[in-house]
Design a protein around this ligand. Structure first.
Ligand SMILES: [Cu+2]
Length: 111
């Protein structure tokens, strides 16, 4: 009697239909002469990290125009950095400094 064994190896696919979008970091500098956020407008995806660096020699604030839109930083000290995770809701997130006429916007867009 001859016994034949057939093994059917089924390759398992990992089901990755779409490349996962990796979160990135968007850097914003607080600059002097005149005091400003730079760039003034950035695009970011939900889950990205926004990192501000205060390059000036004075305090500023990073204050969302709409309370609670993202965690406020008040104040950000000279040379300090501050990061947030971009929230899930798509749309503009305008913010300002409470001490100076500085305005900027994070545009939350779908990946
Ligand atoms: Cu300021």
């Amino acid at each position: 009697m001859k016994l034949s064994l057939f093994f059917l190896a089924s390759a398992t696919t990992l089901g990755l239909c779409c490349d996962p979008v990796s979160a990135k970091t968007v850097s914003i500098s607080i600059m002097s002469g005149p005091f400003r956020f730079e760039p003034q407008s950035v695009d970011a995806n939900p889950g990205d990290t926004i990192t501000w660096t205060n390059t000036t020699n004075t305090q500023h604030t990073i204050s969302p125009d709409q309370d609670g839109a993202f965690p406020e930083k008040d104040p950000i000290e000279s040379k300090e950095t501050y990061s947030i995770t971009v929230p899930a809701n798509v749309g503009p997130l305008p913010y300002h400094c409470n001490f100076h006429p500085m305005n900027a916007t994070i545009n939350v867009v779908k990946p």
